[in-house]
Ligand binder design. Structure first.
Ligand SMILES: Nc1ncnc2c1ncn2[C@@H]1O[C@H](COP(=O)(O)OP(=O)(O)O)[C@@H](O)[C@H]1O
Ligand SMILES: O=C(CO)[C@@H](O)[C@H](O)COP(=O)(O)O
Length: 492
């Protein structure tokens, strides 16, 4: 095999549970070194992490890559979306970051939607009806609950902005991640003065939104990378994964990680007034209609741990339904929900209970997939099936990514409940690869998604479609309707 010659680039995925770093040969896409370091997330009703720890984790993960770190030419950071990072006058976090899966801001979210024109106005102007995940709702929560933290705040950042700024010293963001704040309007593609004024956030506290392909800066001296290393814009983790797959319109993705997401890229600006589909911008000049669940791999792993079985020890049979909404849920919009199990019998075994958790998690994502693909449609919401078929007329495979995609039980559940062909890319770290492609794109003057396509990152195991398990889908649909009052829950 040829010795990698570079130039080398670094892709970073600073996600909820850990920081992952890849050093990639920009010519071939070969991964030549990797590192990973964990993050701590507070348990309980709120989910918070210390941004300083993300920075330490990034340095640790880079250290694990060995001497190659000193030979890299460019870097880019993909980060978990939406997190509210508040910095003081010295650039230090005022308090831990409020994360995307912290639903304490659900009451503020409801008020903001109502006070600023209702769901249709939000969707049409901003691109999304905000969920409690969105940064603007967290800022509104902080104003109510910790006015002293707000008073001490001199800068507001997203997770990837924070890390990029630590690398460059420049306050920058990109349109992809900015589109998940709730204060960046997709219609005007600028920060929205009306929203900012309403929530008392001075625009000068926000970073500059870089244009497509613009550099964020260069690495400051005395960091673990060569001084002067180019720093690309970076973006939110889902936008980075879309780049990492070299995604084209009509190719659906299902990502199984801490969050579950379904999305595609689109040339059309999404505007879903139901709020199921977030109308994000992508990392280029297009769009990324996306639906996200709060309960995915961690929830299913938690159920396996409660049952004291391995995550692959599932069994068939029984008539169980489970909605594993341990953290409340975003899709469907049930922020005050808790997990729910229905249909237990004397002969139910633990494998069936675990399978019901997988089914519930995948069902929530697949229910949203048609709406996501509808937002991708050319005529404002009608899913164009023809675009989702290849030249032979076969349905375009669902690309299955994220840590869960490594698991057999996850793969089989998606196949059975989607009835679609599924493709699992061999490349596992698509967020970090997408960030690496951004860095390579900046270095080589190429489009980042084209770089990823050149690296052939989406290639992998192809599973043909199997008949859709309609009885299970029907059982889940009717259980969801029947359990509505319970799942709406009482506001704490
Ligand atoms: N071999 C595996 N089989 C099934 N699930 C796995 C496997 N390895 C990791 N996972 C799951 O992947 C999850 C992490 O996914 P990842 O996409 O890395 O998370 P994040 O969303 O934080 O980036 C873990 O919660 C774990 O449940
Ligand atoms: O909130 C969303 C998307 O809107 C999440 O997808 C976050 O971006 C967190 O991602 P992971 O840590 O699960 O990768």
């Amino acid at each position: 095999m040829a010795v990698p010659e570079g130039p080398f680039v670094v892709g970073v995925d600073s996600s909820t549970q850990s920081t992952k770093v890849l050093i990639v040969d920009s010519t071939t896409g070969e991964i030549v070194a990797r590192g990973q370091a964990p993050h701590t997330v507070t348990p309980g009703p709120g989910h918070e992490s210390d941004p300083e720890q993300w920075w330490t984790a990034l340095r640790d993960a880079l250290d694990q890559c060995g001497d190659l770190v000193h030979r890299v030419s460019a870097i880019s950071v993909g980060g978990q979306q939406h997190g509210l990072v508040t910095l003081d006058a010295d650039g230090r976090p005022v308090r831990p970051a409020l994360l995307w899966n912290d639903v304490r801001s659900a009451p503020q979210r409801d008020r903001l939607v109502e006070e600023l024109g209702g769901p249709r106005e939000w969707a049409e102007r901003m691109g999304s009806v905000p969920a409690p995940a969105f940064t603007v709702t967290k800022w509104a929560w902080l104003r109510e609950h910790e006015p002293e933290s707000v008073a001490a705040t001199r800068a507001v950042r997203l997770p990837h902005d924070y890390l990029t700024e630590r690398l460059t010293g420049e306050a920058t963001t990109d349109r992809g991640d900015a589109s998940g704040t709730g204060w960046w309007a997709s219609r005007s593609q600028t920060y929205d003065e009306r929203v900012l004024e309403h929530v008392g956030l001075p625009p000068e506290l926000l970073p500059r939104v870089l244009g497509h392909g613009e550099a964020a800066g260069t690495v400051r001296p005395q960091l673990p990378l060569p001084a002067g290393t180019l720093v690309a814009t970076g973006t939110g983790d889902n936008m980075a994964a879309a780049v990492g797959l070299g995604l084209r319109p009509g190719q659906p993705v299902l990502s199984l990680g801490t969050s579950g997401t379904v999305y595609s890229v689109s040339d059309h600006r999404p505007a879903d007034p139901s709020g199921t589909v977030s109308g994000f911008a992508d990392a280029g000049t297009g769009w990324l209609p996306l639906a996200c669940t709060l309960n995915c791999t961690l929830a299913v792993d938690r159920v396996a741990a409660l049952l004291n079985v391995h995550r692959e020890e599932v069994s068939t049979g029984g008539e169980l339904t489970m909605f594993p909404f341990l953290d409340g849920e975003r899709t469907p919009n049930l922020p005050y929900a808790a997990g729910l199990l229905h249909g237990l019998r004397h002969d139910t075994d633990s494998g069936q209970v675990l399978q019901a958790a997988y089914d519930g998690a995948v069902f929530a994502l697949l229910r949203a997939l048609d709406q996501v693909l509808g937002e991708d449609g050319a005529e404002g919401g009608t899913y164009d099936a023809a675009r989702s078929a290849d030249r032979s007329g076969a349905e375009t495979p669902l690309l299955l990514i994220g840590g869960g995609a490594k698991g057999t039980a996850w793969r089989q559940t998606v196949l059975r409940l989607s009835g679609r062909p599924v493709q699992v890319p061999r490349a596992e770290e698509l967020v970090a690869l997408g960030a690496a492609a951004q860095a390579a794109g900046l270095l080589l003057g190429e489009d980042a998604a084209a770089v990823a396509r050149r690296w052939d990152t989406a290639a992998g195991m192809a599973y043909p479609a199997v008949p859709r398990d309609e009885p299970t889908l029907e059982r889940l649909t009717s259980a969801l309707a029947g359990a509505d009052t319970l799942l709406r829950g009482a506001r704490p």
